[in-house]
Design a protein around this ligand. Structure first.
Ligand code: XIL
Length: 302
């Protein structure tokens, strides 16, 4: 195979990227996207502030542009993300508990209903746990007003809204075995035991010198898979350049390939020039859309 998507497909996986609607007019961006990737995640366009900036008023235009483009290219679409403390419009945080519960469920039902049957996997809840050693939940309007049960409620609402979508919990700093990933693991195990609908766990995998690829990355993916869920690498980027960066990308790809329930990898952008890591070079194509050593390493590993 000569592209990331084809090579991943031969291994029974997808290879995706985050896509930004405002770059879909750039020929080199679109050319690289269409050639290399067979899955797309909206980088910002499906977040709550983009889709429901005012209560009950939904704006799907930019997200629809990404979905339409992906579908025309035969790509899968990952939905990102329904319930998250960030990029959340101010009105959500000012609601009382009853209104917040109703708004959360209405948001999930309306957004998932808009693309019902068209989304491969949804990040139903994103980043609900704190960093550090506590394993505690992160403060958010949902956590603070609705309590621990908000995640279960979101997943139950999501299953009813689009029974064909795989429902994922997604987080960062959960890529290795640590207190935070242990807390997510315990939640997923509890959900599986009690029949709360959950199909997948997303590992964002934003790596840099402070947060390197963990030595137990594969082991961590495997223990989640053993709970009976798929695992996905959902926002991969790795700071660096040259051989060191290529080696780290190879390690991540090999970890996924070694876990049969690791169903796909998404990198968090097409080109370094538009990476959210401003000034960084964490992706597979440089600012001129040239393939980097990391690209060659990924293609060879797949
Ligand atoms: C980032 C986007 O890449 C940026 O453009 C935006 O300004 C902030 O959000 N975790 C996530 C993603 O789940 O949604 C974030 O995306 C990166 C961290």
């Amino acid at each position: 195979a000569s592209t990331l998507g084809e090579a991943a497909a031969e291994r029974g996986r997808y290879f995706g990227t985050a896509v930004a609607a405002n770059h879909l007019g750039e020929a080199d961006y679109v050319g690289t996207l269409n050639r290399e990737f067979n899955s797309a995640t909206a980088e910002n366009e499906m977040k709550w502030d983009a889709l429901e900036p005012q209560r009950g008023q939904f704006t799907f235009g930019n997200a629809d542009r990404i979905v339409d483009h992906a579908q025309a290219q035969g790509m899968d679409v990952r939905g990102h993300t329904l319930v998250w403390h960030s990029q959340l419009p101010g009105w959500v945080g000012s609601l009382g508990a009853d209104d917040l519960r109703a708004a959360m469920n209405n948001h999930i039902t309306t957004v998932m209903g808009h693309w019902r049957g068209e989304i491969h996997s949804w990040d139903v809840v994103n980043e609900a746990f704190q960093d550090g050693s506590s394993g505690a939940r992160r403060s958010s309007p949902f956590q603070d007003r609705l309590g621990d049960g908000f995640i279960e409620e979101a997943f139950r609402t999501a299953r009813a809204a689009d029974p064909n979508a795989k429902l994922c919990y997604n987080d960062y700093n959960t890529d290795g075995i640590n207190a935070k990933s242990n807390a997510v693991y315990d939640m997923v195990a509890d959900f599986r035991q009690r029949g709360v609908p959950i199909d997948c766990v997303g590992f964002q995998s934003h790596f840099n010198a402070q947060s390197p690829v963990p030595a137990d990355f594969q082991q961590n993916l495997q223990r989640f898979a053993a709970l009976g869920v798929d695992v996905q690498i959902t926002e991969l980027d790795i700071e660096g350049s040259g051989t060191a960066q290529a080696d780290n990308y190879r390690t991540v790809v090999n970890a996924c390939l070694a876990v049969s329930r690791c169903t796909g990898i998404t990198v968090w952008g097409v080109t370094d020039k538009y990476s959210w890591r401003s000034g960084g070079t964490p992706l597979l194509f440089d600012g001129n859309y040239n393939k980097k050593p990391a690209y060659d390493a990924v293609l060879a590993a797949l």
